[in-house]
Design a protein around this ligand. Structure first.
Ligand code: AMP
Length: 198
C-alpha cells in the first residue's frame, strides 16, 4: 500500500502514520524526520536545510525529492510506504508521480486530515508541553510564532496538492478534529474500502 497523509502542521499526520506503520508493517517516510536527522548529524543537506526549517519555511524541492527518491528504493519500502509531510508542493507531487511511474508503481490513496486551523496553535502548544513533560526535546519550529509561519507556508504552497489529488481521484477527507482513536478508525475505514475495490 502506498499512501499519502496530507494536512497542515499539527493535523496529526505523524501520530496517525506511526499507528499505520504498526498495523500495516510498512515504513513511515517523513521528510521532516529525515531532515531533522540530517540537521542533527550535520550532513551537507542538514547544514543547508537548518535555517529554513528553523524559520518555518520550506526546504528546496530538489533536496526533498532527492531524499524521497533514495528512500523509496530501500528494501523496507518495497511493499509500500506512508508519506508524511511529502509532497508539500505541486513540483514535489509531479516529481513523485514521475518516480513512481518510472518504477511501475501507483499511489493507492491520499488522505487529507482536515482540521480547524484556528485550533492548531493550541494543539502545537500542547505538543510542546507534552514533549517537555516526557523529557523529550521540544521542536524549535513548534514555537507558536514559527508555527504560524509553517501554517502560512502550508496555505501558500501545500494546500494546492489537495485539489491536485482530488482531480486524480485519489483523495479522501478525514475529519482530523476527532480524537486520535476516531481518526485512526476513520482512516482504517478508508483503507478497508480500498481493499474491497482491489
Ligand atoms: P514536518 O515535520 O513535516 O512538520 O517538517 C518540518 C520542517 O521540515 C518543515 O517546516 C520544512 O521546513 C521541512 N520539510 C519537511 N518536509 C518538507 C517537504 N516535503 N518540502 C519542503 N520542506 C519540508
Amino acid at each position: 500500500m502506498r499512501l499519502i497523509l496530507v494536512g497542515p502542521p499539527g493535523a496529526g499526520k505523524g501520530t496517525q502514520a506511526a499507528r499505520l506503520v504498526a498495523k500495516h508493517n510498512i515504513p513511515q517516510l517523513s521528510t521532516g524526520d529525515m531532515l531533522r536527522a540530517a540537521v542533527a548529524a550535520e550532513t551537507p543537506i542538514g547544514l543547508q536545510a537548518k535555517a529554513v526549517m528553523d524559520a518555518g519555511g520550506l526546504v528546496s524541492d530538489e533536496i526533498v525529492v532527492g531524499i524521497i527518491r533514495d528512500r523509496i528504493k530501500e528494501a523496507d519500502a518495497q511493499n509500500g510506504f506512508i508519506l508524511d509531510g511529502f509532497p508539500r508542493t505541486i513540483a514535489q507531487a509531479d516529481a513523485l508521480a514521475e518516480m513512481l511511474k518510472d518504477n511501475g508503481l501507483d499511489l493507492d490513496a491520499v488522505i487529507e486530515l482536515r482540521v480547524d486551523q484556528s485550533k492548531l496553535v493550541n494543539r502545537i502548544i500542547n505538543r510542546a508541553e507534552e514533549a517537555k513533560a516526557a523529557g523529550l526535546p521540544v521542536r524549535k519550529d513548534d514555537d507558536p510564532e514559527v508555527f504560524k509561519d509553517r501554517l502560512s507556508a502550508y496555505n501558500r504552497d501545500t494546500a494546492v496538492v489537495i485539489p491536485y489529488y482530488e482531480k486524480a481521484g485519489l483523495l479522501t477527507i478525514v475529519d482530523g478534529m476527532q480524537s486520535i482513536d476516531e481518526v485512526s478508525a476513520a482512516i482504517s475505514d478508508v483503507l478497508s474500502k480500498l481493499d474491497e475495490k482491489v
